[in-house]
Design a protein around this ligand. Structure first.
Ligand code: DGL
Length: 280
């Protein structure tokens, strides 16, 4: 990673995901913090990340972070569990000191885990995630630090992201896979009382998930949690808050076709968007 020339002018907050899923986080962040400017970047051309190796997820995520820094962002949110699980720590510890130590990259796993203790009554926690997130055991590790007595059961859902990315989240294919994966998770432990949707694409399947999940199980979606955690972070870090510009705007970039992204993205954020294409 080369050192690049970066400006320190107030600039938008960068929000990154492998594809559309991060829009579920951005939407909630903008509800809680509407006054800031945002740049969303979706690496749709290379999604899904969830079945890729550590090295590739790290490499792609670093390219995206670097791009957002070059656009002026001082703060970047990895609105992607896979990138948070596989790339965040290395970027924070290895790359930021080389690129610019005053910039920050934050993920979505830690804020989500902080909520689990407040929600679960019996300490049996289910995690749905991409194969990469489940295999990283990031949730197990973080939960065991905060709630050592809790038991964590992970289940990878490799078909859920492709269903969302291919506009099939309301179709019968989604019913089939969601039902099957819920059964697979609950067959590990019938006492699970809380399930984390540990992938930012999954809230787009929440209607199907609620249809097949027993009503007694609490489903944790990350958007609101990450938004509140970001609000708290900015409050605790006024030096960073001052570097985030306030104009209430949001720009969208995708590594795939801009028109396709705009059409689909508009549905997710409930407003018309005009994305631009970018090459990383
Ligand atoms: N939305 C991402 C996540 O939260 C990853 C989806 C993917 O690209 O596999 O894990």
């Amino acid at each position: 990673m080369n050192k690049i020339k970066l400006t320190n002018q107030p600039a938008p907050i960068g929000v990154f995901d492998s594809g559309f899923g991060g829009l579920s986080i951005l939407r909630e962040i903008r509800k809680v913090l509407p006054e800031y400017d945002y740049i969303f970047l979706g690496d749709n051309a290379r999604a899904p990340y969830g079945s890729r190796s550590f090295t590739l997820v790290y490499e792609y995520t670093l390219q995206a972070v670097q791009h957002l820094f070059e656009q002026g962002c001082s703060l970047v949110i990895l609105a992607c569990n896979t990138a948070s699980a596989k790339a965040l720590r290395t970027i924070q510890q290895h790359d930021l000191p080389i690129i610019d130590n005053s910039r920050r990259v934050l993920g979505v796993i830690r804020p989500t885990v902080e909520k689990v203790g407040e929600i679960s009554k019996n300490g049996h926690i289910g995690i749905f995630g991409t194969p990469a997130t489940i295999q990283s055991e990031s949730y197990d590790i973080e939960i065991s630090k905060m709630q050592p007595s809790f038991k964590v059961y992970g289940h990878a859902c490799p078909m859920w992201v492709p269903l969302v990315e291919n506009k099939e989240s309301d179709g019968p294919g989604a019913d089939y896979f969601v039902k099957k994966d819920i059964e697979a998770l609950l067959s590990q432990c019938r006492e699970i009382d809380t399930v984390i949707l540990g992938c930012t694409h999954y809230p787009l399947l929440v209607n199907k998930i609620k249809k097949y999940m027993p009503k007694s199980v609490h489903i944790i979606e990350q958007g609101g949690i990450v938004a509140e955690s970001l609000k708290d972070y900015l409050h605790r870090h006024p030096e960073m808050e001052q570097r985030c510009s306030k104009g209430g705007t949001c720009e969208y970039f995708t590594t795939e076709d801009a028109e396709k992204f705009s059409e689909m993205g508009s549905i997710f954020v409930n407003e018309k968007i005009n994305a631009k294409h970018v090459t990383l």
